[in-house]
Design a binder for this molecule. Structure first.
Ligand SMILES: Cc1cc2nc3c(=O)[nH]c(=O)nc-3n(C[C@H](O)[C@H](O)[C@H](O)COP(=O)(O)OP(=O)(O)OC[C@H]3O[C@@H](n4cnc5c(N)ncnc54)[C@H](O)[C@@H]3O)c2cc1C
Length: 286
């Protein structure tokens, strides 16, 4: 990511109100961080991200190490508290291809190590291409993997808690490696289960194919099982589609939707129609 693309000239100091691990021990660590931003003056909408500036010194002479994190709460603040904002962070590691050594990702480890009362510099918010429609009769087809659930948590809180009139169908296809890795939907934190009794909402889970837990979650398989409903939604002019997570997800979806629609050409034309009418939005992490 090129930090020069983002205006980071007006950082705000946020204070960690809470850091909660939301995955059980024995699987990847993902934390839900609640930040007090009472000193900040910005407003934000669901689907936007904040930047986190990690204090230096940094290797390779970089002055700033800035990384983006999706805001995981709706516009009226975490649990309706405007002074608080939340993000969901996976502790990342990477393997150096030459030495084979395992290195901690800079920003994600910095954030996962923060505890209540610690300070963090944030910038933004950024991105306006991933917003819930104003018309409450619209259908939402959300497809996400891993921490890509964060903007959908914000969407769901907005439409079901801040707006009580949502009439459109909401379908969340959510992929994780295992049941333990389902964020906001596991034994440790089941925040999103609150919406299961909403008539318009249904969550559909997908996992990595056993025993190959390092392979991507089988979102395509889950979409295939619900092919008739998914395709009917996609053809409906009132449906908005959102895709969030690792960029490999787009290829998986292109393949399965080409199959469901009958051909690559049919899907390509339909996807273009969704893009042209601003009903296809993606938020990829690389
Ligand atoms: C719009 C957007 C929203 C995002 N939202 C979230 C979110 O909600 N939650 C979340 O957890 N993440 C999110 N991300 C990803 C996040 O911004 C970071 O990319 C992620 O946390 C890793 O950052 P890091 O500083 O920990 O790792 P880094 O230190 O940047 O390392 C990450 C990767 O960089 C490469 N790398 C870096 N340094 C080296 C090196 N010296 N040698 C070899 N390879 C190297 C490796 O491939 C490694 O995997 C989002 C990204 C975008 C673009």
């Amino acid at each position: 990511m090129n930090v020069t693309e983002y205006d980071i000239s007006h950082p705000y100091t946020a204070v960690v109100a809470e850091s909660e691990r939301i995955t059980p021990e024995g699987t990847d660590e993902v934390r839900h961080l609640t930040l007090n931003i009472s000193s900040a003056t910005f407003n934000y909408l669901e689907g936007q991200s904040i930047g986190v500036l990690v204090p230096g010194p940094h290797s390779f002479g970089n002055e700033h190490h800035m990384r983006l994190y999706s805001i995981a709460n709706a516009r009226q603040g975490e649990d309706g508290n405007m002074a608080e904002i939340s993000i969901c962070v996976r502790r990342c590691f990477y393997i150096d291809e030459i030495s084979g050594e395992k290195h901690p990702g800079v920003a994600s480890n910095f954030l996962c190590d923060l505890r209540s009362g610690d300070q963090v510099e944030i910038v933004g918010p950024y991105g306006r291409q991933f917003l819930a429609p104003k018309d409450s009769a619209c259908n939402l087809l959300m497809i996400g993997v891993g921490t890509g659930i964060a903007p959908f948590r914000a969407f769901l809180k907005h439409i079901y808690s801040e707006r009580s009139d949502w009439k459109g169908k909401v379908r969340l296809f959510y992929g994780a490696r295992t049941g333990m890795d389902k964020l906001y939907l596991n034994d440790k934190n089941d925040d999103l289960a609150n919406y299961y009794d909403q008539e318009t909402f249904e969550a559909i889970e997908a996992f990595s194919p056993r025993p190959h837990f390092d392979e991507p979650a089988d979102i395509a398989g889950a979409v295939r099982v619900h092919a008739t409903e998914v395709w009917a939604m996609i053809l409906n002019e009132k449906t908005h589609v959102y895709v969030a997570g690792l960029s490999s997800l787009e290829d998986q979806l292109d393949d399965v939707l080409a199959d469901i629609s009958g051909s690559r050409e049919t899907w390509a034309a339909q996807k273009q129609e969704l893009i042209n009418s601003h009903r296809w939005s993606t938020l990829f992490y690389g």
